[in-house]
Write a protein that binds this ligand. Structure first.
Ligand SMILES: *[C@@H]1O[C@H](CO)[C@@H](O)[C@H](O)[C@H]1NC(C)=O
Ligand SMILES: *[C@@H]1O[C@H](CO)[C@@H](O)[C@H](O)[C@H]1NC(C)=O
Ligand SMILES: *[C@@H]1O[C@H](CO)[C@@H](O)[C@H](O)[C@H]1NC(C)=O
Ligand SMILES: *[C@@H]1O[C@H](CO)[C@@H](O)[C@H](O)[C@H]1NC(C)=O
Ligand SMILES: *[C@@H]1O[C@H](CO)[C@@H](O)[C@H](O)[C@H]1NC(C)=O
Ligand SMILES: *[C@@H]1O[C@H](CO)[C@@H](O)[C@H](O)[C@H]1NC(C)=O
Length: 275
């Protein structure tokens, strides 16, 4: 019975290895997150927002405009003498384009205050089967709506992949082109895919390495399991057969040969007795 236990264990291990063969396998990873630039600031609701027109200005009142209208100080917005605009607890209403300047003839400085978040990076690697379909989604959200472009091995995807196999659509946050669908997948689709996000001067990307496996790659582990099961059944069958009826085997062990002789002797003895 112990040998059966070992065989069952081996079959289990084999099945586990085999199961890894097919379907889409992705390994997740967490890498860096979005960062602001000097000109584009991400608004985080409830958090403070500080825009500084000129860090050298100490006592020059700057003129601040938001979306074309002059900003006046209030309970919500503070304008400091050092040319800073400060909002202690920002809200969605504060999204917009801010400009500041010291006088009419000087060039204005622009700050884009936006909402932008990437809810999830693309997986580090993505495995797909040839002839299957592949879908990658850039889980980005923003206000105003950010721009998304896809690159494959550094080149714009639409320029490389035949448009009959390629479809771009918006993600669940209504960002256009953020979902990429390739169907059917070909061996040549193997490569590095980048989702490039832009929002004014913020540029961010998330990337995944796509590996295309041929259809048989999924079949081999399955065939392996079948072969294993057949082999195990054969071994168990032979083992059980030997154990249950050793007397009818052409056995090579002395013990069984002895037993056989004994049986024959007994038979002869019986026959002799009957006589
Ligand atoms: C401007 O003044 C405010 C309030 O005094 C301060 O919090 C802020 O850091 C100052 N900004 C600069 C650039 O010095
Ligand atoms: C601030 O002053 C320093 C030194 O005077 C100068 O190098 C720098 O460019 C100035 N910064 C701005 C934003 O004008
Ligand atoms: C902010 O500026 C951008 C670029 O100049 C412009 O496209 C956009 O409409 C502006 N947004 C608002 C709310 O005015
Ligand atoms: C795209 O597919 C069409 C038909 O399937 C084919 O005629 C064309 O040459 C392909 N273009 C490229 C760039 O592969
Ligand atoms: C989405 O991608 C298509 C194909 O490249 C492009 O023509 C279109 O302008 C893009 N849409 C947006 C909103 O970027
Ligand atoms: C993607 O971002 C990394 C840093 O996060 C940068 O080094 C790389 O150049 C970016 N790639 C593209 C295509 O912008």
């Amino acid at each position: 019975m112990r040998i059966l236990g070992v065989l069952a264990f081996l079959a289990f291990v084999g099945t586990c290895f085999g199961a890894g063969g097919g379907g889409v396998v992705s390994s997740s990873s967490s890498r860096g997150s979005l960062t602001d630039t000097e000109g584009t600031r991400r608004l985080q609701e409830g958090k403070p927002l500080l825009l500084t027109c000129d860090s050298n200005a100490t006592e020059h009142h700057a003129i601040w405009m938001k979306d074309g209208e002059e900003v006046t100080e209030s309970d919500h917005i503070k304008l400091f003498p050092n040319s800073s605009l400060y909002i202690a607890s920002s809200s969605k209403d504060d999204l917009g384009n801010y400009t500041c300047k010291f006088s009419e003839d000087l060039e204005a400085k622009v700050f884009y205050v936006v909402e932008l978040s990437l809810h999830k990076q693309l997986p580090k690697s993505t495995t797909v089967l040839e002839n299957d379909k592949m879908s990658l989604t850039c889980q980005v959200q923003g206000d105003p709506i950010p721009t998304v472009q896809w690159l494959k091995d550094g080149e714009l995807l639409q320029d490389i992949i035949n448009s009959s196999r390629l479809a771009l659509s918006e993600n669940e946050h209504h960002v256009p082109n953020a979902t990429l669908l390739i169907k059917p997948v070909m061996k040549t689709d193997d490569g590095n895919y980048i989702c490039l996000i832009s929002q004014y001067t913020i540029q961010w990307n998330t990337t995944t390495d796509v590996r295309v496996k041929d259809i048989y790659a999924a079949l081999w582990p399955f065939l392996g399991i079948v072969a294993e099961v057949v082999l195990l059944c054969t071994i168990i069958f032979i083992y059980e057969k030997r154990r249950i009826k050793p007397n009818f085997d052409d056995s090579d062990t002395d013990q069984i040969a002895e037993q056989k002789n004994q049986v024959e002797n007994n038979k002869e003895a019986e026959i002799r007795q009957r006589k």
